[in-house]
Design a protein around this ligand. Structure first.
Ligand code: NAD
Length: 355
């Protein structure tokens, strides 16, 4: 890898402490001098959000949230923020909740604090996403980057093991794809490989002992890894893996984390032989003879999802994904893409016996 590069580092405060979210949030609200707070969560997460906000005054709790941030959901949240004269948002939840705060920040400039409860990593990127007429649009704007991220692994204890695995592999995918994405550089590669190490250590602990002390340590490691994964992704940009998953999620409405979890080993096997430096880094981070073997071993330990067919995708959708992907995959992808090899990759991800 060349040592000539330009690297942007996004500025935000990161706080991590098991069981300390409420205390950390109070300190941040005081530091920022905010007075009119809007706490955003899903209906499912509202009790948890109330606990996190237990030490501060809240102007309004907003729970009108939907996956992939439909524009009408964003408009309603903007209206609530206006009516309550909000000067700080606190988003407690997964990528869907944090995404809604970003949509409000995009048009209003109101700052936000993110309190993530999954490993999706939206909290550490300046990427926003909105859905209109079943089409997902994304963009980057520094106004949407949360000013502070508060990680508290206690908030992930309610996340089912299967969702922890899928979401953790979503984080791992940010790391892997960062090694060959358009703005890959030595700084984001260093963060990405440490992210792989942390997630590969933490996720099996969660699966082995979901609520016990081993699992709690694993949840801390997974949050730390998720943060590194998101920072490396935000800096390096979207590579082949993210382009494919964006199309599968946007056009076929497949679940975000699970789609990433299924597609990742196929993209890694596709690119690794053409990206020897990235391959060596990943192998070392996994502590395995090769990157592909390291990921395969981890996926076995996690009983990771294996088939897009199980998520509702069918072989008829493959040509559409291939057409869109050919136009979107970065020109510098290590393994040059063709209609044929992308079709083969997607057939593999679809699952055995499905094509
Ligand atoms: P999500 O926020 O939709 O959460 C998935 C499910 O898990 C939901 O049903 C949610 O209620 C539940 N859940 C979340 N936390 C929980 C907890 N602690 N306990 C129990 N259940 C819990 O999904 P996600 O995977 O976190 O995020 C996906 C969304 O985020 C997508 O829209 C994706 O595009 C976006 N995203 C954006 C970026 C970015 O940089 N902008 C990065 C990653 C993901």
């Amino acid at each position: 890898m060349s040592l000539h590069f330009t690297h942007d580092t996004l500025g935000q405060r990161v706080m991590l402490g098991a069981g300390r979210a409420a205390e950390h949030l109070r300190a941040e609200v005081e530091r920022l001098g905010a007075a009119r707070l809007m706490v955003i969560s899903s209906e499912r997460g509202v009790e948890q959000a109330r606990e996190v906000a237990g030490l501060i005054d809240v102007a309004v709790h907003h729970t009108d949230v939907a996956m992939h941030v439909p524009v009408e959901v964003a408009e309603r949240a903007r209206d609530v923020a206006r009516r309550h004269d909000i000067d700080l948002m606190v988003a407690v939840g997964g990528g869907s909740v944090i995404g809604l705060a970003k949509a409000v920040a995009l048009t209003s400039g109101i700052p936000s604090i993110a309190v993530p409860t999954t490993y999706a990593g939206s909290e550490a990127t300046n990427v926003w996403g909105l859905t209109e007429n079943e089409r997902k649009t994304t963009g980057t704007d520094d106004r949407v980057l949360p000013v502070t991220v508060i990680y508290d692994s206690h908030l992930t204890l309610s996340l089912p093991v299967e969702m922890s695995v899928a979401s953790g592999l979503n984080g791992l995918a940010h790391c892997v794809d960062s090694l060959w994405a358009p703005r890959a550089d030595p700084i984001n590669a260093a963060l990405a490989t440490e992210g792989v190490r942390a997630l590969a250590e933490g996720l099996p602990q969660i699966v082995r002992d979901p609520q016990g002390s081993d699992g709690r340590d694993g949840r801390d490691l997974a949050l730390y890894g998720a943060y590194l994964s998101a920072v490396s992704f935000a800096s390096a940009g979207s590579g082949l893996h993210h382009k494919l998953c964006h199309i599968l999620g946007g056009t076929f409405n497949l679940p975000h984390a699970q789609t990433h979890a299924v597609v990742l080993p196929h993209v890694l096997a596709f690119n690794a032989p053409y990206a020897p430096a990235a391959e060596r880094r990943l192998a070392a981070a996994f502590g395995a003879p090769s990157a592909v073997e390291g990921l395969a071993h981890l996926r076995e330990l996690l009983d990771a999802p294996r088939s897009l067919a199980a998520l509702g995708f069918t072989a008829e959708g493959i040509p559409t994904v291939v057409e869109q992907a050919l136009a979107a995959v970065p020109a510098g992808n290590p393994h040059p893409v063709t209609r044929e090899n992308l079709t083969e990759l997607l057939r593999g991800a679809l699952g055995a016996g499905q094509v």
